[in-house]
Design a protein around this ligand. Structure first.
Ligand code: LER
Ligand code: MN
Length: 272
C-alpha cells in the first residue's frame, strides 16, 4: 500500500522552493490530517530546529507518521557538500547529515541526501566526486542502520547536480555499494521528467532500489497541474512492488492549501 505524505519546510533560506506547507509545523500537521494524509516529510534548518517532544506530540495528536527528513539545509544554510574539495567541509557535511539521521531515526524516518550530494567542478574531478559520494553514502547508510532505516539518495536533474541524474545510474550506484550499504533511491518525478527517456522507464530502471517517491507534476506544480501522464508511472510503481510514500514535494501553487488538496486528489485517483 503506497502511503501519502506532504512536505513541510521550516527553512527560510529555501523560500520559493518545492515545499507545500511552510513555517508553521503545528498548522501544517492539522491541515495534513484534515485532508487525510498519512504522513509529513520535514525540511528543517537542522536537528535542533524542532524539539523532538514537540514533534512527537504533534504527530500523535494528528495520527501522522514522519515519512522522511530532508538534509538540504546543510547546503542552503551552511554551504556544506558531501563532495566538497575540502576534507573538513566534507566531514562537517557528514556530521550534519548524521544529526538528521539521528533526529528522524527516532521517528522511524529516513534522511534524504538531495542537494547535499553537491557536484564536481574545478577543484574536484568527476572521479574524485563519485569517490567522495560513495564513501559518504556507505558511512551514512551504516549510521542509519542503528534505526533500522535506510538512507535515501536522490538523483537530481542536471541543473542541480552533475553526479547522478538518472534512476538507472542511481541503481548501478546502489548495486556497486551492495544491499548491505543500506542505501535506497528517491524517485522524484519532477527530476525524472527532465532526465529520463520516459518517467515510467526510469521507475523500472530504479526497480527494487526505489525507497521513496516525490509525487509531483512535470513543472513541479501539484499533481494534475502539469503534463505528466501518471497512468504508466503508477503501473511501473506497482510492477516494481513499491510500497513506500508518495510524498508531495511541489511548489505551494497556487497556495499551500490548494497544493495539498490537489495532491491528495491525485493520490486518491492514482493510488486510492
Ligand atoms: C531538490 O531539488 C529536491 O528534489 C529535494 O528533494 C532534495 O533536497
Ligand atoms: Mn525531491
Amino acid at each position: 500500500m503506497i502511503k501519502s505524505s506532504v512536505t513541510v519546510s521550516l527553512v527560510d533560506e529555501a523560500r520559493g522552493g518545492p515545499f507545500v506547507y511552510w513555517d508553521d509545523l503545528a498548522a501544517a500537521c492539522g491541515k495534513a490530517k484534515g485532508l487525510g494524509y498519512d504522513a509529513i516529510e520535514l525540511f528543517a534548518p537542522g536537528a535542533n530546529a524542532v524539539d523532538k517532544g514537540e514533534l512527537k506530540g504533534l504527530l500523535e495528536e494528528h495520527g501522522l507518521e514522519l515519512a522522511a527528513v530532508g538534509t538540504g539545509a546543510g547546503m542552503v544554510i551552511h554551504g556544506l557538500s558531501l563532495t566538497s574539495g575540502s576534507a573538513s567541509e566534507r566531514e562537517r557535511a557528514r556530521g550534519f547529515v548524521k544529526e538528521m539521521i539521528d533526529y528522524g531515526g527516532e521517528f522511524g524516518a529516513s534522511a534524504i541526501i538531495g542537494s547535499m550530494q553537491g557536484r564536481h567542478g574545478s577543484e574536484v574531478s568527476p572521479d574524485q566526486a563519485m569517490g567522495y559520494l560513495k564513501e559518504a553514502l556507505v558511512d551514512l547508510g551504516h549510521h542509519a542502520k542503528a534505526y533500522d532505516m535506510p538512507l535515501i539518495y536522490e538523483p537530481l536533474n542536471r541543473y542541480e547536480t552533475n553526479l547522478i541524474n538518472r534512476m538507472g545510474d542511481g541503481a548501478a550506484l546502489c548495486e556497486s555499494l551492495g544491499e548491505g550499504a543500506n542505501v535506497v533511491l528517491l524517485a522524484d518525478l519532477f527530476h525524472m521528467n527532465i532526465e529520463e527517456t520516459t518517467v515510467a522507464d526510469g521507475v523500472r530502471d530504479g526497480g527494487k532500489w526505489i525507497g521513496h517517491v516525490h509525487f509531483v507534476d512535470s513543472n513541479r506544480r501539484p499533481v494534475g497541474l502539469g503534463h505528466t501522464d501518471f497512468g504508466p508511472i503508477v503501473e511501473a510503481l506497482k510492477d516494481i512492488g513499491y510500497d513506500g510514500y508518495a510524498s508531495a514535494e511541489a511548489f505551494a501553487y497556487p497556495d499551500s492549501d490548494e497544493a495539498a488538496r490537489l495532491t491528495m486528489e491525485g493520490y486518491r485517483r492514482w493510488f486510492g
